[in-house]
Design a protein around this ligand. Structure first.
Ligand code: PMP
Length: 365
């Protein structure tokens, strides 16, 4: 029996993808072994890797002058890798809108002296408790920065923003951590210098990290950058400078095919919007629950909420779990609850959660 899994990541995957993996695990396409038991340089895996890249390019309309890389180390390694490859002894701007962009900022700040560069805080909404993104007039952007870093969906605080026109107007390349909303909605890749995302939300199993980067930005990494962390070297080697995470790439390719079958990112966005609207509507309508993120910045993917009567937290978690609504406990940094409703969360899962919210509130208020 499959439960409705609201985990923030690793997160629920489309059931048809899991079933296909199961079917193919002993004998992939008649080769007599699984795909994860063969060489990454052989024809079978190479074809899958190429297919995954082609599908991702198609799904996001990625222009040819952008490299698509399948790397390791998670989004966390990108906090360092971005600085190592793009800082170039210059200064980088960071905008902090929640826990993840703050981690990225702190990592870059830590490394900047060794990289011979500087890192600036160009904006922060910390004083609001990370309940929104900054307005254009609150930003202090350096037009000469090597890049400006943002996290466009804050997985813990539930803040999502893609209105980056004020930043783009400086002409400085935008580097975006899209770990928790890549492929959930259309994006204009051209607006970005670099996009990165750990896979374990909308893409596939943990283990692969997607980097989409404009090729003209990657030719001058810091001299001490390890080869596997040099974007240009990975690009020149189809992300196979060393053995790639073949299982994660294989499953990601199946998730891309599943997303194509749903009609692509524009079609899934319609569903995602509807799922999020239903959930926020219930949270706003029922006095027991509260989401403090200002409405225009509410994430469609990660919906944190709290019970105004916190003494009911344990009971809420216990009863929701018993009802097959799993992993609703919020991140320890913010407490309360969080429902992550990625692409693969069926709308029926959100409907079941909404019904539970009403039922629980009726019994406890
Ligand atoms: N950025 C964001 C927005 C995330 O949600 C996460 C993981 N939850 C990370 C970075 C870190 O990813 P990883 O654990 O893959 O390093």
């Amino acid at each position: 029996m499959r439960v409705f899994n609201f985990s923030a990541g690793p997160a629920t995957l489309p059931q048809p993808v899991l079933e296909q993996v199961q079917r193919e695990l002993l004998d992939w396409h008649g080769i007599g072994s699984s795909l994860i038991e063969v060489s990454h340089r052989g024809p079978h895996f190479s074809a899958v890797r190429d297919e995954a890249e082609a599908r991702l390019r198609q799904l996001l309309a990625i222009p040819d002058d952008y490299a698509v890389l399948f790397l390791q180390g998670g989004a966390t390694l990108q906090f360092a890798q971005v600085a190592m490859n793009l800082l170039r002894g210059g200064s980088a701007d960071y905008i902090v809108t929640g826990a993840w962009s703050q981690k990225a900022y702190r990592e870059a700040l830590r490394l900047a002296p060794a990289l011979g560069g500087k890192v600036r805080l160009a904006g922060s909404t910390e004083e609001s408790g990370f309940t929104r993104a900054p307005r254009a007039d609150e930003l202090d952007l350096d037009p000469n920065a090597s890049y400006v870093h943002v996290c466009t969906n804050e997985t813990i605080h539930g803040v999502e923003w893609l209105d980056l026109d004020a930043i783009a107007a400086t002409g400085v390349p935008i580097v975006a951590d899209m770990s928790s909303h890549l492929l959930s909605r259309p994006i204009d890749v051209r607006q970005f210098g670099l996009i990165y995302a750990g896979a374990q939300k909308n893409v596939g199993p943990a283990g692969v990290t997607i980097v989409i980067v404009r090729r003209d930005l990657i030719n001058d990494p810091w001299v001490g950058t390890p080869s596997v962390m040099q974007y240009a070297a990975q690009d020149a080697n189809q992300s196979m400078l060393n053995t790639p995470p073949t299982f994660a790439i294989y499953v990601a390719n199946l998730v891309f095919a599943w997303l194509e079958a749903q009609g692509g990112v524009a079609a899934i966005e319609t569903v995602n919007r509807r799922k999020a609207e239903k959930l926020y509507a219930a949270i706003d309508a029922l006095p027991l629950y509260e989401n403090r993120v200002e409405v225009p910045w509410r994430s469609r993917m990660n919906v944190p909420f709290r019970l105004r009567d916190e003494s009911l937290n344990e009971r809420f978690l216990h009863e929701s779990d018993a009802a097959g609504l799993k992993y609703l406990k919020g991140h320890k940094m913010v407490g309360g609850m969080r429902a992550s409703i990625y692409n693969a969360m069926p709308e029926e899962g959100v409907d079941a959660l909404v019904a539970f919210l009403h039922d629980f509130a009726a019994r406890h208020t």
